[in-house]
Every structure is written in C-alpha cells, then in structure tokens.
Write a protein that binds this ligand. Sequence first.
Ligand code: PHE
Length: 445
Amino acid sequence: MQTGFSRIGFILAAAGSAVGLGNIWKFPYVTGENGGGAFVIIYLLAIAFIGLSIFIAESYIGKESRANAASGYQVISKSQSKHWRWAGFQIFAGILILSFYAFIIGWIIDYIIISISGLPTTIKEAETTFTNLITNEIGTQIFFHTLVVATMIFIALKGVKNGIERLNLILMPLLAIILFGLLIYATTLDSFSQAMSFMFSPDWSKLTVDSLLAAVGQAFFTLSLGMGIIITYSASMDKKANFIKSSVFVAIVDTAVALIAGIIIFSFLFAAGAKSVAGPGLVFISLPLIFSGWGIFGQVIAIAFFCALLFAGITSAVSLLEPSVRYLIEKFQMTRVKATFAASGFLYVLGILALLSMSADYGSMLTFFGKNLFDWMDYTTSSIALPVSGFVTCIFLGYFVDKNVLKTKFTSHTSVVIFNLWYALIRYIVPVAIALLFLNKLGVL
Ligand code: PHE
C-alpha cells in the first residue's frame, strides 16, 4: 500500500504548510510597517536566495534520509555522528509553535461566527470584541482550541496519504478560489491602483536595517523552515521526484499568495481611508470594521476572508504536527495512534496554558520575568529556535556532508551552475544572514 505522498500531493501539502497565517495576516502588516514597495523587493530577494536555499536543503535531507527530522541529519552526515540528532530540537520548537497556532486558528473560527452574526460597527466595538476574546473569553477560546486540536488529530491519524494529502487536495483549491474571488472584488474598488502602487513602487527612503532583517525573518517563517516540516514531508515524497523543482514551485506559490493577500488587504484598507500601517490588529480589528461598513455584502466578504484564513491555517497546523508524530513513531516505535495522541495531548495542554497567560484572571500567574507564557513561547521559537535551526542546517550541509555526494544528487536534477550557486549560498551567505538576523532579534545588533 502506498503511504507516502504522490508528486502533486507533496507539492500541495508543502504549499499548504507554507501558505498560512504568515501570508495572509503577517505579510501585509509587516509590509505596511516597512513602507511597502521597497520592502516587497527585499522580501522577494530574501525568498529567492535565503528561503529557497534552505527549503531545498531541508527537502534534500528528508528525501535522502527518509527519516524524521532528528535522525535524518545523522543518516546523511559524513561521520554518522549521533550528535547530529540534536538538530531534532526543531521538532520540539514546532510543537511549541503549534500549541499557540492552534488557538489562534480558534480565534479565526470565532470571527467566522462573528461575521455571520454581526460585525462590530465602531472602532471601539471592534477593539473590545478582540481584546475581550483574548482576555476574558477563556471558555470560548478553549472550546475552539479543542476543536482545532481534535481536527488535527483526526487528520494525523489517517496518515500522510489519506489524511494530510487528501486534506490539502480539498482545502488548497478552495483557498485558491476564495482568494481569487476576493482579488477580483478588490480590482473593482477605486483603491485598487493605490494598493498596487503602494506594494510595487519602491520608496527606498523608507527602508531600514530592521526592514532587511524583517524580510529575512518573514521569508523563513512563511516557507515553514526550521521546524523539521519540510524534512518530514520530503521523507515521504516520491523517491524519483525532482526536489529542486518542487521547492521552487512551492516558493513561487507561497510568494504569489502573499502578494495577492497584500493587494487584497491594502485595497480594502485604502478603500476605507485607513492608514497602511495597522499592525497585528489588522486582521482582527481593522478589517472586520471595514467589512461591516459594506453591509450584508461585507458580511459575505468577511466570511470568505476568514474561511480563507482558516483553510490556510489548518493545512499549516497539520504540517506542524507531523514532525513530532513521525519522530515518536521512529524513535520509540510507537503506533501512529499513540504518537498522535502523545504529541497532541502535550500541545493541547500547553496551548491552554498559553491562552490563559493572556487572560485577565490568570495572566499574572503565568507571567515570568515580565513576559507571559505566550510571549515566551513565541520568542523562544521564532526568535531563537528557528534561526538557530536554519543555521545548523546550512552548516551541516555546507561542511559535514560530502560535497561530491551532494553534487551527484543535485546534478541529476539540475545544472552544475545551479548546484554551485546553492552550495555557495548555503555554505557562506545564508549562515551569515541568519547570524545577523539572530543577533538583531536578541538585541545585540
Ligand atoms: N508557513 C506558515 C505561514 O506562513 C507558518 C507556519 C509556521 C507553518 C510554522 C508551519 C509552521 O503562516
């Protein structure tokens, strides 16, 4: 019985992982905060040179080792040293991220319901709706968190082919249809051209060093790198598939979705005369308010928009669970059922603690050294674990794997020139870029 991905299944699942809240929520507001067009150009370069190189690297490790994201490193290293298994810390980082990614998807479900029952009509109401959800509505949040985790368990239990591949086969086309519909609508608005020029005509004076680093960080997050996801998915890909081509394809799809989401959201924002910089509250505060101004039709747009976010989020969440499941199965000979429940049980409880740490009633109990648990989890993963694991992957392939083996494997799919370019990037340029990003996030630079 075939249990791995089909070729198209792999591409859809990897794209499903990559296209997530990062594209539809984070990319537009980070672009807004960094002045638009110039940032977009830097971001495209970061994707093409840094993100794509690591994506290809992770895909190679998975495809060649056909193992989980911890032993995969050991299997293909020159020395076969057991120490490389420590690279598997990224699997743990993934589970931490998933514990809060899950309840954020829960907020989205809540907003689908709000879109149906009635959107906030004033800025004050829009703000209280959101803050109230986070600080006071513990029961609602736990309910949706449970629903999201249960859905992930359901998919994971069905396995790679019948669970993950099938889910993506359904949700990705739906996501594409909704985004396409929203884009068409955006083109009919007067603000469309303003949005296009905001996104595509660069004003270099707005660019700072921080913007460069934000672009690299976003490239990393949006391609789902540094969490063992691409390694794990690639370990189930068709052995003969061209992993370079599929990587390029996924990067293109992911970038296209980010750009389209940006065009849609800025058209909506500018139509309402809103400022381009709206920060993280953009999706949950500014947009609902704009939609409510459009009456019944706005509700329909709101439902479509939040469904797109939901679909994008679910396919990413499912991808975050699989590295742990595969690891537990291979390392402890667990059954898929046991592994799925063990990983999900852990992240479920942790997610509840994280959401409680933002609540009015329990926040102070779950705040340590001035940061609540949620902020700590976000900080230790996105600012520390992700860049460190990207760095480790580059150093690993650049210095601890036989170059000739890499060259032979790569050149059966691509030219020597492309291989040399990738090798130089992974050996010298990308590690330096990541180190800069890392030091900046830690506040050293
Ligand atoms: N790549 C996803 C996005 O852009 C985010 C993600 C992060 C997915 C971590 C999986 C793991 O939203």
